[in-house]
Design a protein around this ligand. Structure first.
Ligand code: ADP
Ligand code: ZN
Length: 229
């Protein structure tokens, strides 16, 4: 049976929450404070679809419609990624697991490698999510996320981090956002019950009541003692 948590054990941090709850932004900030890599299945899929081959086209079609890709594909991508040397001490999972099937695979694999896991649930009101996603801009090169309202770039349409152009993601249109939120309700939200049954460290954090760096500091202080020995 999978064995979550345990102080001083190498560990994965799972950032959990609806689309637009700020998982990507928090993961990028937490990567600095926890000094472990950030693994985003959404970023990996967008990168994969740039290749323009058959699989790339399949991924693009699903993402554009706000549908999930298959468990098999993301399970394999994550499995490959976490075997790399930079993940040896721990890593941040952003957007994974997203279905019960993925969660089962993930917990078995982490346990087999001697990893524990900690879950942070970013809670955000759906009306705020829709407003937030509509203002979202992402760097076309380094994937840093900005928001015209809450965290605008210093120069219009230019990434603060690398100077590349910012783009609106195709799946950030309102109808697709609704579809993604429905998918979250149906397929992903049930994982909250799964995680509470696992008995892993579990924290709920309000994803809107503060600026992103302040939220990240709070999460960092909550999880660091259990994550890094
Ligand atoms: P958000 O969390 O804001 O929806 P992401 O960048 O995490 O954005 O994901 C974008 C899209 O990539 C999702 O709508 C889905 O189509 C696909 N995706 C990402 N992670 C997974 C996953 N673990 N399983 C299936 N599909 C995924
Ligand atoms: Zn950039």
């Amino acid at each position: 049976m999978a064995e979550p948590n345990g102080d001083g054990q190498k560990s994965a941090l799972i950032l959990f929450g609806p689309p637009g709850s700020g998982k990507g932004t928090q993961a990028r900030l937490l990567k600095e404070c926890l000094t472990i890599p950030h693994i985003s299945t959404g970023d990996m899929l967008r990168e994969r679809m740039q290749t323009g081959d058959d699989l790339g086209h399949v991924i693009r079609r699903l993402l554009d419609q706000g549908e999930l890709v298959t468990d098999e594909l993301v399970n394999r991508m994550v499995e490959d990624r976490i075997q790399r040397a930079d993940c040896a001490a721990g890593f941040i999972l952003d957007g994974y697991p997203r279905t019960l099937g993925q969660a089962g695979t993930m917990t078995r694999r982490l346990a087999a490698r001697g990893f524990g896991w900690t879950v942070v649930h970013l809670k955000v009101d759906y009306n705020k999510i829709i407003a937030r996603l509509a203002g979202r801009r992402q760097c076309s090169q380094c994937a840093t996320v900005f928001n015209l309202v809450s965290s605008p770039p210093k120069r219009e349409n230019v990434c603060d981090a690398c100077g590349s152009r910012l783009v609106i993601r195709d799946d950030d249109s309102e109808s697709v956002i609704r579809r993604r939120l429905e998918g979250y309700e149906e397929q992903t939200r049930p994982l909250l019950n799964f995680f509470s049954g696992e008995g892993c460290p579990f924290y709920e954090v309000d994803g809107v009541d503060d600026a992103p760096p302040a939220i990240a500091r709070r999460i960092c202080n909550l999880v660091r003692p259990g994550l890094l020995s």
